[in-house]
Design a protein around this ligand. Sequence first.
Ligand code: HEM
Ligand SMILES: *[C@@H]1O[C@H](CO)[C@@H](O)[C@H](O)[C@H]1NC(C)=O
Ligand SMILES: *[C@@H]1O[C@H](CO)[C@@H](O)[C@H](O)[C@H]1NC(C)=O
Ligand SMILES: *[C@@H]1O[C@H](CO)[C@@H](O)[C@H](O)[C@H]1NC(C)=O
Ligand SMILES: *[C@@H]1O[C@H](CO)[C@@H](O)[C@H](O)[C@H]1NC(C)=O
Ligand SMILES: *[C@@H]1O[C@H](CO)[C@@H](O)[C@H](O)[C@H]1NC(C)=O
Ligand SMILES: *[C@@H]1O[C@H](CO)[C@@H](O)[C@H](O)[C@H]1NC(C)=O
Ligand SMILES: *[C@@H]1O[C@H](CO)[C@@H](O)[C@H](O)[C@H]1NC(C)=O
Ligand SMILES: *[C@@H]1O[C@H](CO)[C@@H](O)[C@H](O)[C@H]1NC(C)=O
Length: 331
Amino acid sequence: MLSAINYSLLATIFLVLTLIFPSEGQLSSTFYSSTCSNVSSIVRSAVQQALQSDSRIGASLSRLHFHDCFVNGCDASILLDQGGNITQSEKNAAPNVNSIRGFDVVDNIKSSLESSCPGVVSCADILALAAESSVSLSGGPSWNVLLGRRDGLTANQAGANSSIPSPFESLANVTSKFSAVGLDTTDLVALSGAHTFGRAQCQFFSQRLFNFSGTGSPDPTLNSTYLATLQQNCPQSGSGSTLNNLDPSTPDTFDNNYFTNLLINQGLLQTDQELFSSNGSSTISIVNNFANNQSAFFEAFVQSMINMGNISPLTGSQGEIRTDCKKLNGS
Ligand code: HEM
Ligand SMILES: *[C@@H]1O[C@H](CO)[C@@H](O)[C@H](O)[C@H]1NC(C)=O
Ligand SMILES: *[C@@H]1O[C@H](CO)[C@@H](O)[C@H](O)[C@H]1NC(C)=O
Ligand SMILES: *[C@@H]1O[C@H](CO)[C@@H](O)[C@H](O)[C@H]1NC(C)=O
Ligand SMILES: *[C@@H]1O[C@H](CO)[C@@H](O)[C@H](O)[C@H]1NC(C)=O
Ligand SMILES: *[C@@H]1O[C@H](CO)[C@@H](O)[C@H](O)[C@H]1NC(C)=O
Ligand SMILES: *[C@@H]1O[C@H](CO)[C@@H](O)[C@H](O)[C@H]1NC(C)=O
Ligand SMILES: *[C@@H]1O[C@H](CO)[C@@H](O)[C@H](O)[C@H]1NC(C)=O
Ligand SMILES: *[C@@H]1O[C@H](CO)[C@@H](O)[C@H](O)[C@H]1NC(C)=O
């Protein structure tokens, strides 16, 4: 009896202590509650304002968080400009150069936060919060973002070249790149659902349109009606940088139409359609589930965004809180 009471007392003390002093390495949704309690609404209103003049920016900001987390963990390494100690920026890596966008919005958010709570909120957490705001403001789910990441002191261009999946890769290779950062097949399918908004340049899928893998014909898993539209928008002699909606049905809305598109062979990138059209793949039933049940997709997407946001964060006294997201402090 006495020992039972002592146990519950100890458990309560332990719980209170872990709430006050979260253990190192552990992110928490209340990390800034006493130091910058308004952080989420400051980020959200900045994203909302950016969306007024750029309907694509929510997609671009979501992708920034993904490309940050896959290289050296979610440490804002992608935001560092080349110069000084940063000899090879991630911005100039193959998957990012002339493609990734949203840096100016991140800088605006950082300025607002430096006015409200100077030196407190990391650039890595800004990317995680901006991704959530972008999804929820576009019709997708909202969630409590785990916070407490710190900003890295290096960039890893070679890592960005090799770790971020390319749209020309096989499903097996993409799966292994997700697995390398601790994400499984459900995470791969759920997170690919982010291609329900935003744009892609012709150069990232035009290999499918005319002479796919040297066959002399288009990719057989591309819907013929959709193919005709894409061939018109991306002619063989045309510019590789022409933009197309990733989701032709609802281009700026975060919904499960990415998955219903895959069912009718209207995935834009080869790596999108492969999730459904690779015979015998375990991804097929997951695509079917998300296409038939938007709530199932939203629930899985939230969990997978949390999983992705947990990739190797710097915490405690590691790294720093940058004053300017583009530069290391003191540079
Ligand atoms: C599964 C492997 C993936 C591949 C191969 C891939 C590839 C690509 C490519 C080639 C583009 C077009 C870039 C351009 O035209 O400049 C793109 C756009 C985009 N990707 Fe992915 N992606 C993948 C996964 C993800 C994930 C996990 C997310 C987020 C959770 C994501 C979010 C986005 C968004 C929102 C856009 C549109 C960005 C914009 O309009 O600025 N992608 N992706
Ligand atoms: C929090 O931020 C929002 C949006 O920027 C603003 O409307 C609100 O007044 C702020 N609240 C506090 C307590 O600072
Ligand atoms: C990354 O890829 C780009 C473009 O292909 C290349 O120019 C650059 O040298 C590569 N960087 C590293 C560090 O391998
Ligand atoms: C898959 O990865 C292997 C090993 O890195 C590489 O040799 C191969 O070219 C890749 N295949 C595709 C289709 O991307
Ligand atoms: C398709 O590509 C292959 C390999 O590059 C080439 O040999 C063939 O001539 C091309 N076919 C057409 C119709 O362009
Ligand atoms: C191609 O897309 C149309 C809608 O545009 C759809 O009705 C048709 O079933 C699709 N075909 C295939 C093979 O998925
Ligand atoms: C998948 O199987 C179908 C039916 O057996 C076949 O027609 C198709 O070529 C296969 N697709 C791929 C990508 O191997
Ligand atoms: C859809 O998914 C949700 C969330 O996983 C689940 O609770 C619900 O039962 C599913 N609905 C149907 C019709 O299967
Ligand atoms: C740049 O690198 C040098 C040598 O490692 C180091 O002493 C210095 O602190 C670094 N500068 C910044 C701004 O991190």
